[in-house]
Design a protein around this ligand. Sequence first.
Ligand SMILES: Nc1nc2c(c(=O)[nH]1)N[C@H]1C(S)=C(S)[C@@H](COP(=O)(O)OP(=O)(O)OC[C@H]3O[C@@H](n4cnc5c(N)ncnc54)[C@H](O)[C@@H]3O)O[C@H]1N2
Ligand code: MOO
Length: 411
Amino acid sequence: MALLALEEAIARVLADAVPIMDEESVPLRDARLRHLARDLAATRTQPPFSASAMDGYAVRHADIADGTGELRVVGTSSAGHGFGGGVGAGQAVRIFTGAPLPEGADTVVIQENVERHADDRITFREMTERGRHIRAAGLDFREGDRLLGAGDILDAGRLMLAAAMNHAEVPVRRRPRVAILATGDELVLPGETPAVDQIIASNGFGVRAIVEEAGGVAIDLGVAPDDFASLDAAIDRGDAAGADVLVTLGGASVGDHDLVREALSRRGMALDFWKIAMRPGKPLMFGRLGRQRVLGLPGNPVSSLVCAHLFLRPLVIRLAGGIERDDRRTAVLGRAVGANDERQDYMRARLSLGDEGELVATPFERQDSSMMRVFAQADALVVRPPYAPAADAGEPCVVHCLREGPITRGA
Ligand SMILES: Nc1nc2c(c(=O)[nH]1)N[C@H]1C(S)=C(S)[C@@H](COP(=O)(O)OP(=O)(O)OC[C@H]3O[C@@H](n4cnc5c(N)ncnc54)[C@H](O)[C@@H]3O)O[C@H]1N2
Ligand code: MOO
């Protein structure tokens, strides 16, 4: 039987994945990259008073209209310390950037254009237009203005604005909760001492990073040994923690100890697919268990992360209400590659810039799906469609970029 095509598999995982609308309130300082659950209105006007935009002197323009006036300084207005009085005819107030404009003044003359004499008189070097260097009250926004909308993602500029609107807490959508369960008798956590036939459980750390970058929150279910009771207990913990998505790592294949699918089926999981036409990642599994989507990632570390990048990342972004960035680019091959079989291949590759500024993707020699070192060195995955013929260096290809940031010229 032909394996399920990759695009079809992605479409099934993303089918009816819509943003989670549950709402929670978080302190503004913890709200980075969260999505607003509701429109947000300003609780105050900004600036709340007419303010000076420069360091200088607040004056009545009528006094200096011809550029030759002579005024007496009667006080100071600085940011946080307004001048209590007003500016009358023949008077000026020393003023600083951000300070309230005193009553009566309608213009600020910058200090570079003023000569201040010992007896607190000031004279002027040139003309200043009426109303110069004043920020009117409400220039930025007014109380009641709806400045941020439901669904907006809180990035640097919006966080700053929400703070200025005087929101110490903001209503945000709760993040999709993704429970991550490593499986296998051979696994111990980093820092523990493995027996001679054990290795370190590493995949979960990569998958967690992908979940968090996509706007989800990871629930660590630890490592379950290869037995039904342990798997059951871990699945219970994920359920109790309110997981929207359960990700299992390993135990997805056909071996005697690959129990994950069976354990989930016994609990009533409706299997959508198992095994697809991709490399690495053939034994990928997807199903639904109650309200949870279940993604069974293959145990080989590179398979886990490639599948997480292609399937889990867009799923979490959609549940979080985000917009997926298309990470595909066109590049040229940096070396020849062989003909492909029925599985769409994702070759780990380095990116560089060629002589004409073109993007060059050079697949690594070693493509074994156990090799974390190669994956960590890779900038991109070169996509080799099913049955693609052999291709030479210089031929075009499509790549998925794995990391952002500059690419240096030369390989
Ligand atoms: N007879 C067949 N054998 C295999 C097939 C097949 O079609 N027929 N498929 C192969 C492919 S492709 C893959 S991929 C692997 C996936 O197998 P599982 O998902 O069952 O993974 P495991 O057997 O549990 O583990 C594979 C490998 O990865 C290591 N592992 C597992 N979990 C972790 C983790 N959290 N951190 C680090 N390393 C992990 C595990 O120790 C194994 O070395 O099956 C092939 N076999
Ligand atoms: O599909 Mo497996 O992921 O080739 O190693």
